[in-house]
Design a protein around this ligand. Structure first.
Ligand code: AMP
Ligand code: MG
Length: 448
């Protein structure tokens, strides 16, 4: 297994004191390993889980050629090229059972959406596209061609083909597809266990008596909310004092149970910033000053499984045993509330997706940005990535526009996140943006 300094040595442009945000993702992609263990779950319990097997279609979907419209089915070859065509209606094909008659040239069958195409027929005229009088219909010249409004057997899925691949994150559409194959259970990777604690002597748990200089712990609520939303199993360790013994115990207890431990606070250069020192004592760690705003200081590390394999730190309540060879990944996030959330989104989310076994090509690439015209001038220095809180809306002409949610874009201003529906990402090399200039926005929809 590679050490963190070996990974760093492999990365071109790695500079721990001014690390480009994109390099952080590259580093993490090399550091983390996907979980191995899988379990079988019922389809209704498979939402947000990651598929651990390829699912092969046992049959074609749809199983038969069928009608895409309510109308009349006939042979396309009967259509006249230069005049309207008349057909005699000789029966009705309903959805759910095959119509059994035979159809001669010049005849048609009334058909409902989803009904099996009668043998020999290949084209459907929608009801509203023909003139009906008694048991005769008339279709105008040139409005249809052979094969129109017919769905082919297997056009969704072919029998024997891969319906869904290992690594698929099971969203409602994928679950629906499995249901269409009569698949009532699937193999999914075990859920990731992620532990979290806040650090800081000034951080109060809710309900504690307020005191001068103290603040209530919001990071615990933002981080755990994100982890739940992303489908991980959360171990909530609460608030830990800036004190080496307390931190060591918390780290070891968390690492013994979890695949990843996330902390906030204590990774800058303040006197009481013990998180950093403790991570170093317990594991292999890299500390970075990332060229970004907010979220400059961050630490990542790894505690080997052997180190935490100690009954003192195990609890009986573990729902999964960790795989024996799996180490624990540490994320020491900055304490400022917006910085904590931004680093969760930009770095922790893709790393956890990889660890979950999700297909990296589909889910762990740079986020899909949406482009919107800036409604204001944005000041930006090249050489760092900035994440500003943005509210995207529709302009009069239907195009997208975005403004920042607060004149105070400070890294502690959580209300700027609440008002936002996305992060305006001003990339590393980018400079000032003038009104009307297009900017990339990472939308919160489905993520926050
Ligand atoms: P630190 O990274 O420990 O230097 O903290 C940076 C700033 O974030 C300080 O103003 C802290 O008071 C604040 N902070 C740290 N942890 C939390 C937390 N859990 N909830 C809210 N604010 C925090
Ligand atoms: Mg602190």
């Amino acid at each position: 297994m590679k050490s963190l300094s070996q990974i760093a040595a492999e990365l071109q442009g790695y500079d721990a004191q001014a690390l480009p945000a994109g390099k952080v993702n590259e580093f993490l992609a090399r550091l983390v390993q996907p979980v191995q263990a899988a379990e079988r779950v019922g389809l209704m319990d498979a939402y947000e889980r990651v598929l651990a097997e390829d699912v092969i279609s046992p049959f074609s979907v749809p199983p038969h050629d069928n009608s895409a419209m309510d109308g009349f089915a006939f042979r396309g070859a009967d259509l006249k090229a230069d005049a309207s065509t008349q057909f005699q209606v000789i029966g009705t094909a309903l959805a759910g059972k095959a119509w059994q008659g035979t159809v001669s040239s010049g005849q048609c069958v009334k058909i409902m959406t989803g009904a099996i195409m009668p043998i020999g027929l290949d084209t459907v005229v929608p009801q509203e596209m023909c003139k009906v009088s008694g048991d005769t219909i008339e279709i105008a010249t040139g409005v249809l061609k052979t094969g129109d409004n017919r769905r082919l057997a297997g056009e969704d899925l072919m029998a024997g083909g891969i319906a869904l691949s290992k690594g698929e994150l099971l969203a409602p559409a994928a679950i629906g597809l499995l249901a269409s194959l009569n698949t009532s259970s699937v193999e999914v990777f075990r859920r990731l266990k992620v532990a979290y604690f806040s650090t800081g002597d000034e951080v109060l748990s809710l309900g504690q008596v307020p005191r001068e200089g103290a603040i209530y712990d919001s990071n615990r609520y933002t981080v755990i909310g994100m982890l739940r939303r992303w489908g991980h199993e959360v171990i909530d360790i609460g608030v830990v004092r800036d004190n080496p013994e307390a931190l060591e115990a918390a780290f070891m207890q968390a690492a013994a149970q979890a695949d990843a431990v996330i902390t906030s606070g204590g990774v800058s250069v303040g006197e009481a910033d013990h998180t950093k020192a403790m991570m170093k004592k317990l594991g292999d760690v890299a500390f970075w000053k990332i060229a970004m705003r907010p979220g400059r200081p961050m630490a990542v590390g790894r505690i080997s499984n052997a180190k935490t394999d100690d009954s003192r730190y195990k609890t009986s309540a573990e729902s999964y045993e960790k795989d024996s060879a799996e180490d624990c990944i540490l994320f020491g996030l900055p304490g400022n509330p917006v910085a904590t959330m931004v680093t969760m989104l930009a770095f922790v989310r893709p790393a956890l997706l990889r660890m979950s076994g999700a297909n990296p090509a589909k889910y762990c690439k740079a986020p899909l940005y949406l482009q919107a015209a800036s409604q204001e001038n944005l000041r930006k220095k090249p050489g760092r990535t900035e994440y500003q809180r943005g509210l995207v809306s529709l302009a009069q002409d239907g195009s997208l526009q975005v403004r920042t949610t607060s004149s105070n874009q400070g890294s502690g201003v959580l209300s700027s996140m609440v008002q936002a529906n996305g992060l305006i990402v001003l990339h590393h090399e980018q400079g000032n943006v003038a009104v009307g200039g297009l900017v990339d926005v990472m939308m919160f929809e489905g993520v926050l």
